[in-house]
Write a protein that binds this ligand. Structure first.
Ligand code: FNR
Length: 186
């Protein structure tokens, strides 16, 4: 059977982003079910409704990449107890133009890591509400990944067995959900 298509969005454009590393690790753990591709969001202009008259190429690409995916995985840090502006900007672009949102009916899973005491929990809760309001099918459960020094190694693996097991179950759950809905739509 063909692999499911997974679009990965990282809420940080930082070169050494820990969320970027976590996203790589998750895409590796899910590689038997998913063919993963990372969606760039740092080339999108800052959303302004005036720009819709001359729709940006980067926003068209974003919408096509989401449309082509059986599931979207969002891995995000927390900024000031919410989601980073970078991520919100991408969500806003993909939700436009009015009536043509890329989020409606899209299977989405949310996770992330932050060094703070309560990790990325509040950002993830905000994200769950935003995407839920947009009609995305947001996978249930909680996946707040505590940042440990060697959370993801240089090869993109997760050395800690318990964290690796948790992440494996998380990505397997997403594959099951996306697979069920993809088969129903076929
Ligand atoms: C942060 N950071 C942070 N961490 C957290 O747990 N809760 C928070 O509210 C915030 N707020 C915040 C705001 C801003 C503007 C920055 C730059 C950082 C810390 C943040 O989680 C940390 O820098 C992570 O390393 C960011 O993730 P990436 O970029 O490494 O993926």
């Amino acid at each position: 059977m063909a692999k499911l298509k997974l679009a990965v969005i990282v809420g940080s454009a930082r070169k050494d982003s820990i969320n970027g590393k976590l996203a790589v690790a998750l895409s590796r753990l899910g590689s038997s079910a998913f063919e993963a591709s990372f969606i760039a969001i740092d080339d999108l202009p800052l959303y302004n409704q005036d720009l819709e008259a001359n729709w940006p190429v980067s926003a068209t690409r974003l919408k096509h990449e989401i449309a082509a995916a059986d599931a979207v995985l969002v891995v995000t840090p927390e900024h000031n107890r919410s989601i980073p502006a970078l991520l919100k900007n991408a969500i806003d672009w993909a939700a436009r133009p009015y009536g043509k949102s890329s989020w409606r009916g899209k299977v989405v899973a949310i996770t992330g890591t932050s060094p703070g005491a309560i990790g990325s929990a509040i950002a993830q809760q905000h994200l769950r509400v935003i995407l839920g309001n947009l009609g995305a099918l947001v996978m249930g459960g909680e996946a707040y990944i505590g940042l440990k020094p060697n959370l993801v190694d240089k090869a993109g693996d997760v050395p800690d067995e318990s964290t690796r097991g948790f992440l494996q179950a998380f990505i397997d759950q997403l594959a099951e959900l996306a697979g069920l809905l993809a088969r129903r739509a076929a």
